[in-house]
Design a protein around this ligand. Structure first.
Ligand SMILES: Nc1ncnc2c1ncn2[C@@H]1O[C@H](COP(=O)(O)OP(=O)(O)OP(=O)(O)O)[C@@H](O)[C@H]1O
Ligand SMILES: [Mg+2]
Length: 487
């Protein structure tokens, strides 16, 4: 194995950029971000999460893309159709899902409620002929082993397909070419090395094709949203393409509204406020916070019982849990879902170490060296993982309690990516920092009965965060959105 350090291109010597020049680049980048919709609602304006066009601020972003050797990028892209297939195949195995999550069910109320809906669908033998997945698989490059390891597979509410394309644009095309004509020699950059990003159009295309398969020209797509959503502009990128290119209407509703206005017609059609729904596209519903009362759970069940295409279905959602990720990494489990040995090897190669807390040797090791592990509950949306001393204390507490509570968590090998230098833009202010990056590959999957219509890698989104920060979330303020510079 080659253990030489990964060489960074000169662009990361930002100290070489003269302060005046840097200020000019920053100014141009901030204007570009605003003109092109790299925007979120500003926390400091109370209405920004509810009223469009009010209290806008640029999404935190990185001024220059981080480097990644091309081979790893190809590896991640090639994995996309395999992970699509894996999610789809696992989703058919209701027994595997229920069995693998049976202990988690006892320890985690949220997962338990999802499993209840899944059980009900198994009982009535609910068939989902049209299956639509808009996924994102996240990776980090472990420096020591030089291996690209999967952080996780997101199967619900995968965000940043819209704004991800804008940051690519900022780093590569019009804006950067402009910068390069001024500063190219100094930065040593070639804009061709930032890969093309078609995430928004591919997400829209997958939704549009699924809508066509549903075959009701008067039906709309409903986007399930949170009552307050500061990341709404990311979602509107897809809606805009659906409207302009495909003439498909999208409507935005919360789960509570769907509960009030929704019904299932005798033929199985989901109708919301009198409007037939072809697809329910979840951009909410992935966290307990999205279910403050029984109304939201009723809405989730109603949707699942209807004939509308669910993006994702309850089973696709469950396949994306941390517990299933850990089960799939056990020996001989992938073999249940794939016959081709090459496919299995490719998937397994990107699995980090993953363990249940039933593995007492690993628990002991994690208590001794917590810095080598990440402890994860069954949650999405960031900010839930446990690290370092907290991890040790939590494990000791769980051991003492001797309860079933430990089944709510998994342990994961901590991935250590190489540090690079970066210029991060937050709230119009420049920060220089040492950072690490996480590379998210979007993918789309569509099948109708046995016919696979789409199974593609579909663009990307990179998150970069200060190397000392554990969490990577962009909206909570840890990370910034980024693209990639292939070396
Ligand atoms: N094994 C790991 N090694 C190092 N860092 C990790 C690891 N797992 C997670 N992280 C960090 O924690 C962040 C959140 O982890 P993860 O993606 O598993 O949680 P999540 O709540 O599902 O987040 P998301 O909103 O991205 O879906 C990641 O973006 C990454 O920065
Ligand atoms: Mg996630």
């Amino acid at each position: 194995m080659d253990h030489s350090p990964i060489t960074l291109p000169r662009l990361h010597n930002y100290h070489e950029i003269h302060e005046n020049q840097l200020q000019n680049i920053v100014y141009d980048a901030l204007v570009f971000a605003t003109l092109n919709g790299l925007l979120v609602g500003d926390k400091s304006d109370q209405r920004s999460g509810r009223v469009a066009g009010v209290g806008l601020v640029h999404l935190p972003f990185s001024l220059l893309p981080p480097p990644l050797p091309q081979t790893y990028w190809k590896q991640a892209s090639d994995l996309a159709p395999l992970f699509n297939q894996l999610v789809d195949r696992v989703s058919f195995d209701g027994f595997f899902l229920q069995q693998s999550l049976s202990k988690t069910k006892k320890a985690d109320e949220f997962t338990s409620r999802l499993l209840d809906i899944h059980s009900k669908m198994l009982q009535i033998n609910k068939k989902e002929d049209i299956r639509l997945g808009l996924f994102r698989s996240d990776y980090m490059l472990d420096e020591k082993t030089k291996s690209l390891l999967q952080v996780e597979m997101n199967t619900i509410s995968t965000s940043f397909s819209g704004v991800g394309c804008v940051i690519t644009e900022l780093h590569s095309c019009s804006f950067f070419r402009n910068i390069l004509s001024h500063y190219g020699k100094l930065l040593g950059l070639d804009s061709q090395r930032v890969p093309v990003n078609n995430a928004t159009t591919q997400y829209a295309e997958a939704l549009a094709k699924a809508w066509s398969e549903y075959n009701n020209p008067s039906a709309a797509i409903i986007i399930v949203v949170q009552a307050e959503e500061r990341n709404m502009y990311d979602q509107h990128f897809v809606s805009a393409i659906l409207r302009e290119r495909y003439h498909i209407t999208t409507i935005r509703k919360t789960l509570a509204e769907i509960n009030q206005e929704g019904e299932i017609l005798p033929d199985g059609t989901l109708s919301v406020d009198g409007q037939a729904i072809a697809i329910v596209y979840f951009r909410a519903g992935y966290t307990p916070v999205d279910y403050p009362s029984e109304s939201e759970w009723s809405a989730r069940l109603l949707i699942e019982q209807s004939s509308a295409i669910k993006c994702p279905s309850i089973s696709y959602h469950l396949v994306g849990t941390k517990k299933i990720q850990q089960e799939l990494a056990k020996p001989n489990v992938l073999e249940r879902f794939f016959e081709n040995k090459d496919d299995i090897a490719k998937l397994r190669k990107c699995f980090a170490g993953l363990w249940s807390l039933e593995d007492l040797d690993i628990v002991q090791k994690a208590i001794e060296k917590p810095e080598l592990f990440v402890m994860k509950p069954q949650r999405e949306g960031g900010g839930n993982n446990i690290y370092g001393d907290d991890l040790r204390e939590t494990l000791i507490k769980l051991q003492k309690a001797g309860s079933q509570e430990d089944a709510a968590y998994i342990l994961m090998q901590r991935i250590f990516p190489a540090n690079t230098e970066a210029i991060l833009m937050r709230n119009g202010i420049l920060h220089k920092d040492r950072v690490i990056s996480e590379f998210g590959i979007f993918s789309t999957y569509l099948r109708n009965k046995d016919k696979v219509i789409i199974n593609n890698e579909s663009g990307y989104m990179v998150r970069t965060k200060p190397s000392l920060s554990d969490e990577g979330g962009v909206l909570p303020g840890f990370g910034v959105i980024d693209s990639v510079y292939l070396t």
